[in-house]
Design a protein around this ligand. Structure first.
Ligand code: 5AD
Ligand code: SF4
Length: 469
């Protein structure tokens, strides 16, 4: 049965805004905040919304978490190591607080939404002042006020699948903006915890998305990244428009650069490929997680496509958008994966020749189907497989990136290069990090460069002219 999903009512959003004002006027409210973010772009954008609310409460960012009055951990639980890292850092901060007793420690995000986690926080992490899940983000002002008044251990896990509209946002970069188009996931890949912690799939109204995009363009945003766990199934349900149609509308709005992620291969339509091919502003980049190159494993993963169908989609994309930048996600050591099945993944990687690949060792997540499967693969076997895969991908990447040598690209500069303060880096249309000579003055500009080299899986370039588009 389909569950009703709902945009949070304007009356409720108003109620929350009143809590924000109440906190702002409190004599003893915290002055500074620091948000520690783990995981995906969705979480990064949630943190921007939480920062937006904190700023409206009158708080300003602290330079380091140790110096903040309010520290918020926005957690991820996609793999066991993400979870362990967050819990370790939260426990470490408890020690710091011993010499800084006014510090409030809060935890939010996917991990809180995991089955059993609320109880665990209440019992084992009693020093945490506030914990709330992804479904309660719009209620943060109310929960914050409750915490400030009680000083206690508030844990809230809502299960409703809501769409919060109109939250204040404090964007990390002015020229680049995340724009959520849908929430949740209905795919239930057998290894994945996301559908359990982010709820059922629900799409924002096209008008709300277009309005947000319009405001961003007016504010000088040069690049928008559309976000969703599975953007290709945007708008499913009666009366909705498809992702391809949404993209077509956004393409006509004068946004200089548009990207999106993540796409599920089973929903990658010809219509979408055609829109990309005809578009002026959608960048030639596609993140298309394959997970495995073996059909039996793909079926056990509940992915609903075969290796052949996946390769067909890749061929169509490359035909329609020549030179497109392709990236993927791959899991090794899924329960029951034999050596031959793993080698099918290796051969798929050889065949596709990705520009980049995010590779993961399978991590059992409580509550998912795969966690109960027999034949869990020993860690040594998975470690060896991932090393083999990474070595292959790195070798291939050196080759695939050669096609950019001598080409012109427009780079949106993200910041100073990590290795030098006379160099800057950013991404070109194909989504590959590119470094060239520059200064802090260039940050946020679109700079035209010529690609001159390949270094550590990224590109190096020299400047041509500057374009402040
Ligand atoms: N173990 C390992 N990797 C996983 N991913 C999702 N769930 C798991 C898991 N249980 C990977 C998938 C997905 C990416 C975001 O994380 O490759 O595409
Ligand atoms: Fe997880 Fe699959 Fe949904 Fe991606 S599509 S979030 S891997 S269940």
């Amino acid at each position: 049965m389909e569950r009703e999903t709902a945009v949070v009512s304007p009356a409720e959003m108003k109620r929350q805004a009143a809590f924000i004002r109440e906190i702002r006027d409190l004599p003893h409210r915290p002055d500074t905040y620091f948000i520690v973010t783990y995981g995906c772009q969705m979480n990064a954008h949630d943190s921007e919304k939480l920062a937006g609310m904190l700023e409206e409460m009158g708080m300003r960012p602290a330079p380091r978490r140790e110096e903040a009055d309010f520290v918020l951990f926005n957690t991820c639980c996609i793999r066991d190591n993400a979870e362990r890292k967050a819990l370790g850092n939260i426990t470490w901060l408890r020690e710091v607080r011993k010499s800084r007793p006014q510090m409030i420690i809060a935890v939010c995000g996917c991990m809180i939404q995991e089955p059993g986690m609320a109880e665990k926080i209440l019992k084992q992490y009693r020093f945490v002042n506030l914990a709330f899940g992804t479904a309660s983000i719009h209620r943060f002002p109310e929960l914050m006020l409750q915490t400030l008044e009680s000083g206690g251990n508030t844990v809230v896990v809502d299960q409703e699948d809501v769409i919060p509209e109109g939250l204040p946002v404090r964007r990390m970069r002015k020229e680049f903006a995340y724009l959520t188009i849908m929430y949740g996931c209905d795919n239930f890949c057998s290894y994945c915890i996301v559908p359990y912690v982010r709820g059922r799939e629900r799409s924002r109204e096209p008008e709300a998305i277009l309005r947000e995009a319009e405001a961003l363009v007016e504010g000088g945003t040069k690049e928008i990244m559309l976000l969703g766990q599975n953007v290709n199934s945007y708008g499913k349900g009666p009366g909705g428009i498809s992702f391809a149609q949404l993209l077509r509308q956004l393409d006509g709005m004068g946004i200089p650069r548009i990207r999106f992620m993540t796409s599920h291969p089973k929903d990658l339509s010809d219509e979408l490929i055609d829109v990309m091919s005809a578009s002026r502003h959608i960048l030639p980049q596609f993140h298309l997680p394959v997970q495995s190159g073996n059909n039996r494993i793909l079926e056990a993963m509940n992915r609903h496509y075969t290796r052949e169908r996946y390769l067909d989609r890749v061929a169509r994309l490359r035909q329609a958008v020549p030179g497109i930048g392709l990236s993927t996600d791959i899991i090794v050591g899924f329960p029951g994966e034999t050596e031959a099945e793993f080698q099918d993944t290796m051969s798929l990687v050889r065949e596709v020749r990705y520009d980049s690949a995010f590779t993961f060792i399978y991590s059992p997540r409580v509550g998912t189907r795969a966690a109960k499967m027999p034949e869990q693969i020993p860690q040594e076997v998975s470690s060896r497989r991932i090393e083999e895969l990474i070595a292959l991908q790195e070798a291939l990447q050196q080759e695939t990136l050669k096609r950019f040598l001598g080409c012109e690209e427009e780079i949106l500069v993200e910041g100073l290069s990590r290795r030098s303060d006379t160099a800057v880096s950013g991404k070109g249309g194909h989504g590959i990090s590119t470094t060239f000579d520059g200064t802090a003055e260039d940050i946020g500009k679109i700079v035209r460069v010529r690609i001159t080299g390949i270094k550590n899986n990224t590109l190096t370039a020299e400047r041509m002219d500057e374009k402040n588009a």
